[in-house]
Design a protein around this ligand. Sequence first.
Ligand code: TXA
Ligand code: MG
Length: 327
Amino acid sequence: MFKTQVLSIDQQSLEIAKKYIADGEVVAFPTETVYGLGANAFDETAVKKIFVAKGRPSDNPLIVHVADKQQVYSIASEVTADALKVMDCLMPGPITMVLKKQSTIPHCVTGGLDTVAIRMPSSKQAQQFLSAVKYPICAPSANTSSRPSPTSWQHVAEDMDGKVPLILKGDDCQVGIESTVLDLTRDVPLILRPGMVTKSEIEAVLGKEVFFPDAIDKSMNSPGIRYKHYAPACETFLNTDGNLQKITEFLNENKNAGLVALEKYKNLAQKFFSLGNDAQSGAHNIFSALRDAEKVCDKLLIVWDLTGEDADGVFNRVIKSCGGKII
Ligand code: TXA
Ligand code: MG
């Protein structure tokens, strides 16, 4: 049990963070996607503390975060032509690439795989942290496993108070859902997890077609996809067609239920949690809406009826958060 410090990011707190990381401890820090729970990627004992703090299954691999492109070469054994294009055009940013790993990266980081996920965040505060600590930092989202991801320092404190020595208190996360995970170790590039960097943006950069695993082999997937994910504390349902009759029936039958939906549905429920007006604002708001709603509702209905590749990332999160229960 720690007495968790929550410190704004400045030179003094970055010094403290640097010391904790050098001593093999875990530090929570902001990025543009979600807050991360970081440890020195080369320190096996430190990495194992992340899994304990989150209650995360040990075969679910972590993403290694780098401050600059040079660090990629200390983590990946093969930086392919496609990887160079991604680094040049999409990094820093909300994208992660999976490459063959260097043998110095411990197995606990990669869940025993011979590949490693690498990401260079664009948020200035994440960059300040990564540059200060010097080591590549492996970090999952800083939530308790299976809970909605944290997009503010308060969310991190809800889940991690007493479990880590330091939370770096930064801005709310601008993107709001986790990075797009792109596997570059196979015959064709595969998007293992959709995010706000879309398939067509990646295709434009690589100059070739990019696939989702389903189109190739349903059993092949990012290991993390097997587990319960993003679930609020109350029973949650999803509607994807925006059918007003179904939505109002649900809300009439469940008097204390909350509605998480685009702003246009605001008048349908007293307990309403807005996803804004488009895919970007939906991504930005989704996890905080789920965390706000679970505090005051005993059931939840999420309506996500936007389509198109911009909306895929949020759909991927909400279908999991409701455990596949669609009305
Ligand atoms: O935006 C993000 O990616 C955030 C912030 C903190 O950077 N991090 C994050 O980490 O979302 P996490 O641990 O919650 O999700 C990592 C995802 C999981 O789905 C995991 O299975 C996948 O990346 N992953 C990691 N290493 C992999 C590998 N070698 N091969 C395939 N998938 C991998
Ligand atoms: Mg996560």
